[in-house]
Design a protein. Structure first.
Lengths: 215, 401, 280
């Protein structure tokens, strides 16, 4: 029963949601929202499991002084700080001017922006390593990257503005984005959509059970 | 200067008139200001042909109203500012204002009606000052429909694809050999786990940053089951830091079962799967820290990723780990290709479970999926030929209603 | 190890240093570069420019502070354009931080002298509906009844009491929808529901990484145009005749792109020379 009940729930909900897509008549029309709301409620309660797990692991690491236990102190301190300040501020905790907002603006926001900014450096090192003309396909990729990277910034215009319109770097970049890039994206998206349909069908029919912990 | 009596009078009259003329020509409203303001008193032409009908293929409680716009909207006096929609339950009853649109509009959807109740509509055109009203529409009644016929094309395709998948599953179950092309990333799973065992270092499995309602996360967890089984057999330490609580719960079940199937239930420890944070970049920072401190030998990145994909992959590369990534997020695929050793592109992520298990039923479903691709390929080629020679546009056949 | 072998295995921190200098140094120079406009951006600009004063524009802020550098300049220049054309702007967000981003953009634009002189009023000329959970379900609900999706605005006022929102029930009462997106939910969901199902006229602003994904929707006219990354924001500023942050930052972006290309070239040179040496 441990496996059969979840499979049954999967099958019933899966078939129902397929029917809902084609049948607008009530009560089917309300079911999508209903299941969506159920998922949101369950996910909201499930967050406590994650929080408890995080705190348990962090406290355990500090207690046993395992490697990286200093970072766990920062985790616990940050968690306590944000939770207690948030509770102290009440329902308007996120409003501009509150202490919580100050923490958000002075700690969380800069940290998030920093992590996002790291991408600029990693793009450089990844490009240096990846864009090598090892074979024909890699060379084509390299040339496309070259035209798009320079064509999408003013430097491309300054380098090729003397060329007739339609032949400048920005025009080549635009053509690459509009034709082969779009075609490739469409092909990948069609493949992904078919993959999702096939996987969904396998799950609904109970053929695929690994995600439930079964063979 | 002296004038004769008649000519002097005429001259005075003329001069007087000249003075008046200058006064009026410089300030023609001199006698009019603060008395009368010239206003537009002509209403715009009324809208016409008001037709109200039940909105088709919906859950009911909706009526669509169409009309022909006023002659002074975009033409004539061109002074129409907008339209007001009025509704009543009797044709000669009290009409209440229920909405408005800007000039040029010729339809409105009233979603505030009850089913099986007759409604009548009038449209009132306005130029900001004056209004003109149309004749009322005929009675309209909303009701829910059982079938959304606009989605017939999708229904046909889903049925065809389902039959194809079931057909090939049956063929596979009957013992028919099905050819599946090699996927380099999946062939490398055993090598990656073996490398970790030899080096005595960990394996990290990152199942993406989405929740269980995302198919990529489910695909990632099914692959985790296969990888966990190999890791259990090789006695390699596999850790799964996750970004969602429900994924943590599911991943634990998957790993526990995988370790049992590998004959090593005692090697499984719940703490191998742990929650970090829901926040995208907080998760990326935490995982990066784990990579840099623990220096894993192998990293699997399987699931839905966003901007943090390159941060994770590049950090993994910097610590010398072998990386196998798979995602169906088209924007992130190039980053994984640039930074990882092997990448599963798009649908390969969904095929991985079938590929690794070699289960005939799962492999059969892959073949059925290919039938869908053949249908799309044929439609694209046919559509391009028909459109190029100006014969037909089959694009609307594939429109989603 | 020869020079080219060392170049192939160059420490990534050297690359990071070059990129850091390439991005930071140009910011200290007030250099404006020529920004070419593309049809994708012109499409949005013309669509907004052709709206008559009083038309209603819906702006959805579907991003968080992490994507601010790329998307906030787009939001500001778009808002400036709308207000200067006398359009009414309804702001909202499908991401929790979205309405906050909207208020930050409003703060900047409403304090610009020419916009300030227009004496725009909250609730009459613009309104912030805030955030509602539900992702694409919210867009679906808006297609039926915006008041059901957003019963109150960001400040808790009932929509029925807000003059701008009276008579605005769904997408039929909105003349243009503009979505700023950094991920999910975002432009794809707006295309699927607002444009496809409810026939809203839709334009989008995306991060540079996401923008290529939206090109198929441009082809099928589900999107009238798209602003991609900082370049898209700069193009819009140029079209609106108000070069601002994005145009200024293009110098920095241009130099950093050139540095990356430079490293790619020397990496390939090193690769070829090393390969030649191995073969000989």
């Amino acid at each position: 029963m441990r496996r059969e009940v979840p499979l049954m729930i999967c099958a019933i909900v899966g078939f129902t949601l397929i029917i809902v897509y084609f049948v607008p008549h009530p009560p089917f029309s309300d079911m999508r929202d209903l299941f969506s709301d159920w998922f949101s409620v369950i996910a909201a309660f499930a967050i406590y499991l994650g929080i408890l797990n995080l705190l348990k692991n962090s406290v355990d690491k500090v207690y046993r002084k395992r490697s990286g236990w200093g970072f766990s102190i920062v985790t616990i301190a940050g968690f306590v700080l944000f939770v207690f300040i948030g509770l102290y501020e009440g329902s308007d905790f996120g409003e501009i001017g509150t202490r919580y907002y100050w923490l958000y603006d002075r700690i969380y926001f800069p940290l998030m922006a920093t992590m996002f900014a790291i991408l600029a450096f990693f793009i450089g090192s990844a490009s240096y390593r990846a864009f090598r003309a090892r074979n024909v396909e890699a060379t084509v990729l390299l040339l496309a990257a070259f035209f798009v990277m320079l064509g999408r910034v003013p430097i491309g215009y300054y380098l090729t503005s003397w060329l007739p319109e339609g032949w400048r770097m920005s025009d080549v970049a635009s053509a690459i984005m509009t034709y082969p890039q779009m075609a490739g994206q469409r092909a990948v998206m069609i493949g992904i959509a078919l993959g999702i349909v096939s996987t969904s069908l396998r799950i609904i029919l109970g053929i695929e059970r690994t995600f439930l912990g079964g063979e | 200067m002296k004038f004769t009596t008649l000519s002097g009078s005429l001259l005075k009259l003329f001069l007087f008139g000249l003075v008046l003329f200058f006064i009026f020509s410089f300030n023609p409203r001199a006698f009019c200001q603060d008395t009368t303001i010239v206003t537009d008193s002509i209403p715009p032409g009324p809208p016409s042909n008001v037709v109200a009908k039940d909105t088709p293929y919906d859950r009911g409680r909706s009526i669509t109203i169409n009309w022909v716009k006023s002659a002074d909207d975009g033409g004539g006096a061109n002074d129409v500012k907008g339209y007001e929609i009025m509704r009543a339950t009797q044709v000669d009853g009290d009409y209440e204002l229920i909405g408005n649109t800007t000039a040029g509009a010729q339809y409105f959807i009233d979603n505030d009606v009850r089913d099986k109740v007759s409604y009548f509509y009038k449209i009132r055109g306005t130029d900001g000052t004056n209004t003109s009203v149309s004749l009322p529409s005929l009675a309209a009644m909303s009701k829910p429909q059982w079938v959304n016929l606009r989605r017939t094309n999708i229904f046909i395709f889903v049925v065809a694809l389902t039959f194809a998948i079931l057909y090939y599953i049956n063929r596979a179950k009957a013992g028919k050999e099905l050819f599946i092309r090699k996927i380099a990333g999946l062939e490398a799973v055993d090598d990656a786990v073996g490398r970790a065992t030899e080096m005595g270092r960990k394996i990290f499995y990152i199942p993406g940053i989405s929740d269980m309602d995302n198919m990529q996360t489910i695909a990632g967890l099914t692959i985790l089951g296969r990888v966990a089984k190999v890791a259990a057999e090789y006695e390699a330490r596999l850790e799964v830091p996750v970004s969602r609580s429900m994924v943590m719960v599911s991943a634990r079940e998957v790993m526990k079962e995988a370790y049992s199937n590998a004959g090593r239930p005692d090697s499984f420890n719940e703490d191998l799967v742990y929650y970090l944070t829901d926040d995208q970049f907080g998760y990326a920072a935490a995982v990066d820290g784990l990579f840099v401190r623990e220096k894993p030998a192998a990293i699997f990145l399987m699931g839905q990723f966003y901007a943090e994909s390159l941060i994770l992959a590049e950090t993994g590369n910097s610590v010398g780990a072998i990386q196998i990534a798979g995602t169906a997020a088209p924007a992130q695929i190039p980053f994984f290709i640039a930074a990882c050793d092997f990448t599963l592109i798009g649908e390969e992520l969904f095929a991985a479970s079938a590929y690794l298990s070699k289960d005939p039923k799962l492999l059969g479903s892959l073949k059925g999926q290919d039938v869908g691709k053949v249908i799309f390929l044929a439609a694209i080629i046919l559509g391009v030929i028909l459109f190029t020679f100006n014969l037909m546009d089959i694009g609307p056949w594939f429109a989603v209603g | 190890m020869g020079f080219f072998e060392r170049l192939i295995k160059i420490d990534r921190r050297i690359i990071f240093t070059f990129i850091a200098v390439a991005i930071a140094l140009p910011l200290f120079f007030n250099v404006s570069m020529y920004v070419e406009t593309t049809p994708e951006v012109v499409g949005i600009f013309n669509a907004v420019d052709s709206l008559s004063p009083g038309s209603k524009v819906l702006m959805s802020f579907d991003y968080d502070p992490g994507s601010m550098p790329e998307l906030q300049p787009m939001a500001e220049s778009f808002l400036r354009h709308c207000f200067s054309r006398g359009l009414k702007v309804i702001l909202m967000g499908l991401w929790p931080q979205g309405p906050l981003q909207a208020n930050w953009a409003l703060d900047i634009i409403l304090n610009e002298p020419d916009i300030k002189a227009m004496n725009l009023k909250y609730g009459v000329d613009y309104v912030n509906l805030g955030y509602t959970a539900g992702n694409e379900v919210v867009i679906q609900r808006m297609g039926s009844d915006i008041h059901a999706a957003f019963p109150v605005d960001y400040y808790g006022t009932s929509l029925d009491e807000i003059p701008l929102m009276r008579g605005v029930r769904n997408f039929d009462n909105i003349d243009f929808v503009y979505n700023l997106s950094a991920g999910y939910p975002g432009t794809m969901e707006w295309v699927q529901f607002a444009a496809d199902r409810f026939h809203a006229v839709l334009g989008a602003g995306n991060t540079a990484v996401q923008a290529p994904l939206m090109y198929p929707y441009l082809g099928r006219k589900q999107l009238v145009g798209i602003l991609g990354g900082m370049k898209g924001a700069a193009e819009y500023e140029v079209l609106a005749n108000r070069p601002a942050r994005a145009v200024r930052y293009m110098f920095s972006q241009g130099i950093s792109h050139a540095v990356v290309v430079f490293f790619v070239i020397i990496g390939n040179l090193a690769y070829f020379f090393t390969r030649k040496k191995k073969e000989s």
